[in-house]
Design a protein around this ligand. Structure first.
Ligand SMILES: NC(=O)c1ccc[n+]([C@@H]2O[C@H](COP(=O)([O-])OP(=O)(O)OC[C@H]3O[C@@H](n4cnc5c(N)ncnc54)[C@H](O)[C@@H]3O)[C@@H](O)[C@H]2O)c1
Length: 266
């Protein structure tokens, strides 16, 4: 991709950018002139990103449930680039649409803890670790939520609740961190990635790609008529990161879903 320059000289820290949407955002940020530090539990993929962009991309291998992993990622960005302008908290896991009746009490408790620890606490810890650096740069936070953060049926009860919680983080943190830091979210619709499940349901290695031909099913019902690729959402993250182009935008969610949300039954 040709360099566009919307983020020239920016430094971004991204979680869950080893693959999928986060990886597409990291690649696009690099194309826009930014340098990146990526935190992910997939060691090989963060190493590959760093190798592909020597001196401009660095990886931290770790888990977003671990506060120290976020501290290490921000410290690495400061050490290499002297600043953090953007924090993209994006790592997430899925519940494969499991409804409440299909949980035992014990699995419900463990699954709640795992999904909320990754999808919600992981985002919050990332913001906390980057707060001081972002205040200094008057930077931006972007949290990945989902259409499941705004409506029912984009996941099961735990995923949907966790993504609604991310919308709550966006709104509350936008107030608490203003005027220094803008806080916004992106809500992708069904996207062709390797989004995985949770260990508490023995689905840690299961990928949404195994569910079937989501592309064909989704293409038929979406107003825009195509299943989304990770790259389709990257522009929204660029806009929200840019001081020049999003100076007055905070506490908002950009829905990037092919028109899914506007469709009534019929
Ligand atoms: N794929 C979709 O249809 C879709 C739709 C809406 C929102 N989302 C959200 O987009 C975000 C990215 O998901 P994706 O679809 O690109 O999936 P993905 O699995 O391709 O990417 C997620 C990345 O996060 C990493 N990760 C997961 N848990 C982690 C942890 N505990 N610690 C560190 N890294 C961890 C994975 O290794 C992976 O690289 C998630 O928050 C997801 O909920 C996805």
């Amino acid at each position: 991709m040709a360099q566009q320059g919307w983020l020239d000289g920016y430094t971004a820290v991204l979680t869950g950018a080893g693959g999928g949407i986060g990886r597409a955002v990291a690649e696009r940020y690099l194309a826009e002139g930014a340098q990146v530090v990526v935190l992910d539990r997939d060691e090989a993929s963060v190493a590959a990103l760093a190798e592909a962009h020597p001196g401009r991309a660095f990886g931290v291998f770790g888990d977003v449930r671990d506060p120290q992993a976020h501290v290490d990622a921000v410290a690495l960005a400061q050490e290499r680039f002297g600043r953090v302008d953007v924090l993209v908290a994006n790592a997430g896991v899925f519940d494969f649409w499991r409804p409440l009746p299909r949980y035992s009490l014990e699995r419900l408790e463990r699954s709640f803890d795992e999904i909320f620890a990754i999808n919600v606490k992981g985002h919050l810890l990332a913001v906390k670790a980057a707060e001081t650096a972002l205040r200094q740069s008057r930077g931006a936070v972007i949290l990945t939520t989902s259409v499941a953060g705004l409506n029912a049926a984009g996941g099961g009860v735990l995923y949907t609740a966790s993504k609604h919680a991310v919308v709550g983080l966006v709104r509350q943190l936008a107030l608490e961190l203003s005027p220094d830091i803008r806080v916004n979210g992106v809500a992708p619709g069904a996207t062709l990635t390797g989004l995985s499940g949770v260990d508490a349901l023995d689905e840690g290695r299961r990928s949404i790609q195994e569910v079937g031909d989501i592309s064909a099913a989704v293409s038929k019902i979406l107003p825009l008529g195509f299943a989304q690729q990770p790259q389709d959402h990257a522009g929204a993250y660029v806009l929200l990161a840019s001081r020049e182009n999003a100076r007055a935008i905070t506490g908002q969610i950009i829905v990037s879903d092919g028109g899914q949300e506007i469709r009534a039954i019929g």
